[in-house]
Design a protein around this ligand. Structure first.
Ligand code: ACO
Length: 325
């Protein structure tokens, strides 16, 4: 049994329909909702997002990203013995998006399940996969973040509908003699449920409560910067490293101001901060693996680089994973 896990391939996928701030402002204006490219860019750093066509599900986006990650790792789907999908917008109430994705990859038999930790989902899922590999419960894992947040947006609420997008990212995580994942630090505090939630549910064949996203943006903002700093410092301490060892910081891509605030608190120069929120918007559990894959494919992140991944989101949940790529 190998003592560590290491990312050996990355992939990502965005739906074809790219919606700029100007496109979205025009669509919202038709509903009597006022916004502007200037407001969105100044407050969030977002310039565009992608929206999936109505028939496209999270597992469709995830399967595209997974195939790319497998190809990058030089593996076939049949080599995988664990699939974890992080999502808050699964195809169905059940079965899991992971089971549906497994079937779309043309395989069956290996363990497959979803992790639901909203925008922290990918760091949660990666930590679970790393733990399972290190205990020998799995050898070759596929860890996917996939979301269709456009389905749960209230397009009459300009405070939230301009922030989110759809997409997927994936990694192959394999057992390894050398690390790989150096340390993780995960947290949740359920007392903050109300500041970021989709409160509706299904009961007796009907939707009970509101099935669209609700957020107290300022409360989320204040909490996010503090917990991201704490999680990063905890992961560094567990790995016996310091901020100076970080080559790249990939925080959850929610808002450029939260991301820059986190980098400042960690005393990292802004050129170590990976930013894709401008082009992707907030894709929740997909944002970190999407940003990772874009950075790897552009040649920014290279083998051996030390990368800090950080998630924060509804729950409230937060966490960090420090890794050698
Ligand atoms: N266009 C134009 N004006 C707007 C828009 C919009 N899209 N949205 C809000 N406004 C207006 C408000 O109505 C308000 O107007 P008023 O002053 O006349 O009342 C004004 O802009 C200021 O609104 P605030 O909500 O105070 O603006 P703020 O500076 O806090 O920015 C934002 C809002 C961008 C949501 C910010 O609070 C934020 O980014 N919070 C964190 C959100 C986040 O990152 N969430 C995701 C993390 S977890 C997860 O990913 C699920």
């Amino acid at each position: 049994m190998k003592p560590y896990s290491r990312i050996t391939g990355t992939g990502s996928h965005l739906p074809a329909r790219r919606v700029t701030n100007a496109d979205l402002a025009a669509e919202l204006a038709a509903r009597g909702v006022e916004t502007s490219d200037q407001w969105i860019v100044e407050r969030t750093g977002i310039r565009a997002r992608h929206f999936a066509a109505p028939e496209v599900s999270a597992s469709d986006l995830g399967a595209h990203a997974a195939r790319q990650a497998l190809e990058a790792a030089g593996m076939r789907a049949s080599d995988i013995d664990l699939i974890i999908v992080a999502t808050s917008t699964p195809d169905m109430i059940f079965p899991s998006a992971a089971c549906i994705l497994q079937h779309k990859l043309g395989v069956g038999g290996c363990a497959a399940f979803d992790v639901q930790a909203v925008c922290s989902g990918f760091v949660y899922a990666l930590t679970v996969a790393d733990s399972m590999i290190r205990t020998g419960a799995a050898t070759n894992a596929l860890v996917v973040g996939a979301e269709v947040f456009s389905r749960i947006l209230d397009f009459n609420d300009r405070g939230t509908c301009v922030l989110f997008g759809d997409g997927a990212g994936a990694v192959v995580l394999q057992a390894s003699d050398t690390p790989g994942i150096l340390a993780s630090d995960l947290h949740a505090d359920g007392k903050h449920v109300g500041i970021l939630c989709v409160p509706g549910t299904v009961s007796g064949g009907r939707i009970l409560g509101d099935p669209l996203l609700k957020m107290d943006g300022q409360a989320v903002f204040k909490l996010a910067v503090g917990v991201l700093e704490d999680a990063a410092r905890a992961a560094l301490a567990k790995a016996g490293k310091t901020e100076a060892d970080i080559d790249w910081l990939i925080p959850h891509q929610a808002n450029i101001r939260i991301m820059q605030g986190t980098a400042r608190k960690l005393k990292l120069p802004m050129d170590k901060l990976v930013v894709t929120v401008d082009e992707h918007g907030n894709t929740s559990a997909a944002s970190i693996p999407l940003a990772l894959d874009v950075s790897v494919r552009s040649g920014k992140i290279k083998k051996g680089d030390t990368v800090m991944l950080e998630g924060v989101g509804g729950g409230f949940t937060w966490g960090a994973v420090l890794l050698d790529f």
